[in-house]
Write a protein that binds this ligand. Structure first.
Ligand SMILES: *Cc1c(COP(=O)(O)O)cnc(C)c1O
Length: 387
């Protein structure tokens, strides 16, 4: 049985070309980029090359890219680093109610430290309204953070418009672009962002590596203290193999992104259409068009998400209920609740995220298996009107 992996938003398989590029940096080319000798300089050159590839892909300068341990660290650094750097100007931060936990929980931490946070409501499709951002700004507002696209429902936010508002008021603007990076075009100038988080393992790169774009001149308090690596912004010996792999993943994404997105949109829409044709009482979460090319999120009435997942897994299909981070807790997704879904519908939601190695036969497989599973679960559900 071909196993069907449809959880690319949680993580992706590392591209074999990426692994190949990384391997020498564990063995022959093992130097520390801070060392003066040839081993060190070889490693330094490799990290600079990767940094250059990432910068040019974002329309940024090489010195504006700081490597981190992943998207979570980039988000933490962005929120806390900017908040503390601007503390003298005010203590108000604006974000949305559908952010990744890396942003939400960083904000909650700052709330305990005396900062005031506004969590903006979103529309039923999951959009933040730029007008709401504008209305919420006070003379104490020092930071705005809105994600580029939702990891759960795939909705792509009007980042450029929000950024324009932030820029007019000279307020630092951060966006978590972990889900769009390598999948949709990103230009930091067009998006009007000062800070942008990205991660390696969501675009067929290695895990444990990410980066934060920091626009030149943006005030930031470093939050890992130690040596002088990463322009004194982030101490610790660079994860050279992962950085090289991240660079390679970006090089591949640059070549294939447009073509891959076109392929995924077709498969995504085939899956959505098929689910609606074969199963009644379902709801698509997120906007039908302004969504990630690879994201399908549906709520299925009277079918519990965890049971759907377990049954799919038994048939060799890997999906998710909302986000990987909340799947071990039984809480309903904060994102689906923010859309106005009932707890029951939020619990009956399934997320399929497609990627580089997804084939048409995988989608056909889901469309054959899922309706059967739903029927079985509904026949046992007290909530479903049997017959
Ligand atoms: C995966 C993800 C993160 C976390 O990135 P890691 O590299 O796993 O720490 C942050 N934000 C979004 C939107 C994500 O999808």
């Amino acid at each position: 049985m071909r196993k069907v992996y449809l959880d690319y938003a949680a993580t992706t398989p590392t591209d074999p070309e990426v692994v190949k590029a990384m391997l020498p940096y564990f063995t022959d080319k093992f130097g520390n980029p801070s060392s003066i000798h040839s081993f060190g300089q070889e490693a330094k050159a490799a990290t600079d090359e990767a940094r250059g590839k990432i910068a040019s892909f974002l329309g940024a300068k090489q010195e504006e890219i700081i490597f981190t341990s992943g998207g979570t660290e980039s988000d933490n650094f962005a929120i806390k680093g900017a908040a503390y750097a601007n503390q003298h100007k005010g203590n108000h931060i604006i974000t949305s109610s559908i952010e990744h936990h890396a942003v939400i929980n960083s904000c909650k931490f700052l709330e305990k430290m005396g900062f005031k946070i506004t969590y903006l409501h979103v529309s039923k499709d999951g959009f933040v309204d730029p007008e709401d951002v504008k209305k919420t700004i006070t003379d104490k507002t020092i930071l705005i953070s809105v994600m580029h696209a939702s990891n759960e429902i795939g909705t792509i936010q009007p980042i450029s418009k929000i950024g324009k508002i932030a820029r007019e008021k000279e307020i630092c603007f951060h966006s978590d672009a972990v889900q769009t990076f390598g999948h949709c075009p990103i230009n930091v100038d067009e998006l009007n962002v000062d800070l942008l988080s990205i991660s390696g393992h969501k675009l067929c790169g290695p895990k444990g590596i990410g980066a934060l774009y920091i626009k030149k001149g943006t005030g930031m308090v470093p939050f890992i203290h130690g040596g002088e690596q990463e322009r004194k912004r982030r101490a610790s010996t660079e994860n050279v193999p992962a950085i090289v792999g991240f660079g390679k993943a970006v090089e591949i994404a640059k070549e294939r992104m447009d073509e891959e997105a076109k392929k995924l949109v077709v498969l995504r829409d085939k899956l959505i259409k098929g689910i609606f044709e074969k199963i009644e009482h379902v709801r698509l979460n997120g906007h039908p068009l302004k969504r990630l090319p690879n994201n399908v999120n549906v709520s299925i009435e009277s079918a519990e998400g965890e049971s759907l997942l377990l049954n799919l897994d038994m048939e060799g299909i890997a999906a998710s209920t909302g986000s990987a981070c909340s799947s071990s807790s039984l809480e309903a997704s904060h994102v689906l609740l923010a859309l106005g879904l009932s707890h029951e519908l939020a619990h009956g939601s399934l997320r399929f995220t497609l990627g580089r190695y997804t084939e048409k036969e995988d989608i056909d497989n889901v469309l054959e298996v899922l309706p059967r599973i739903v029927e079985k679960l509904r026949s046992m559900s007290p909530l479903w009107k049997n017959g």
